[in-house]
Design a protein around this ligand. Sequence first.
Ligand code: ADP
Ligand code: ZN
Length: 434
Amino acid sequence: MEQYYQREIETMEPSELKKLQSEKLKKQVRHVYEHNAYYRRLMDEKGVKPEDIQGVEDLCKLPFLSKQDLKDAYPTGMLSVPMTDCVRIHSTSGTTGKRVIAFYTQHDIDLWDECCARAIVATGGNEDSIVQVCYGYGLFTGGMGLHGGAGKVGALTLPMSSGNTERQIQFMMDLGASILCCTPSYAAYIGESLKEQGYMPEDIPLKAGIFGAEPWTEEMRQDIEKTLGIKAYDIYGLTEISGPGVAFECSEQTGMHINEDHFIAEIINPETGEVLPEGEKGELVFTCLDKEAFPMMRYRTRDICVLHRGKCSCGRTFLKMAKPMGRSDDMMIIRGVNVFPSQIETVLLKEGYTSNYQIIVDRVNNTDTFDVYVEFLPEDFEDTMKSIAAKEKKLQDALKTMLGISPKVHLVEPKSIARSEGKAVRVIDRRKLV
Ligand code: ADP
Ligand code: ZN
């Protein structure tokens, strides 16, 4: 039986939900217009007044916000309450440049914690669960977000933070942790370490995992599920909007439900800004509906994905987002061809390799070089040079079929690629460093 943290909201009739969103949007726009000089200027420049926004259908009249706006307004220009009303800050991990500082009032924290509580309950979590949080604590939203959610659910929380994998395993086994929360790359690493210590999936007390904060493929999900003997759920979020829990996966595991009572999602064409119909791929844009300190309006995430609404077997009515393919700025253009790291991951795992890989792109004599390093499997240690070369060639051909261009594949020793305890660094693009 499906469990909900807030059944009435999570299974609300779509027409009711739209009414609720429209009411909240009107209020939110007025709040931002009155308290945020930066966004007021953008609205004035576009000739939009708060009274022009009467409901969700008027959303498209509002100006977009981009990461650049947040940089320009750094550090406090996007605050919509006095700083003294705030109780906490968080900051992006700075994956793509300068950090953004997000501010929260107690109301904003409660709202965010509730979103994470919904995600935990959707995986079968309840007050008897033991939730091991090994997302990083601190400025990063991962740790504190799931920690807050587990607290709302009334579970026993293990606030491990990331790193010290030996200790993670010891506490997991000694206390019988039932839900693991971390990045998928760290989950894979924990799984690998458990296996090395001789634990079989059935020895591991975990039942579910809540993994997000970085792109991961369906193949990686299956791999983690097998190693840990769990069901692995995706969770999505970003600091600018609150943190993890903006969207979460249910038992159906076919995309993440967006917490639509708090956030409206749109997909736009990243080049033209045109709003695209449901089902089309484009850039994900979020509008907050009831935040106090840092309400983003039509914030362009740069994450590329698809939205779809339809009946879900879990009974939730919230719109679903597909796994983001990565951000528009994760996309590499190599010899003129668009390449996403997730495409490479799909091929590697399908060919039986692990998710320990690294991509190095460089430019030599005006030509892009494209190298993929992946570890061969421990059982292949005995292989001859010739058979390794044959395996490299096979992988190279599979990648060429997927990508349209051919990387140089290097099979390297197990353990020679650095493991990640947080967000994995899959790509080193040396062209960007010059
Ligand atoms: P930074 O932008 O510095 O990484 P955040 O820690 O706020 O800062 O990360 C948010 C970003 O992480 C999202 O915009 C998205 O690109 C990525 N992300 C978060 N959750 C997922 C997920 N489940 N799948 C893919 N990407 C994700
Ligand atoms: Zn569902």
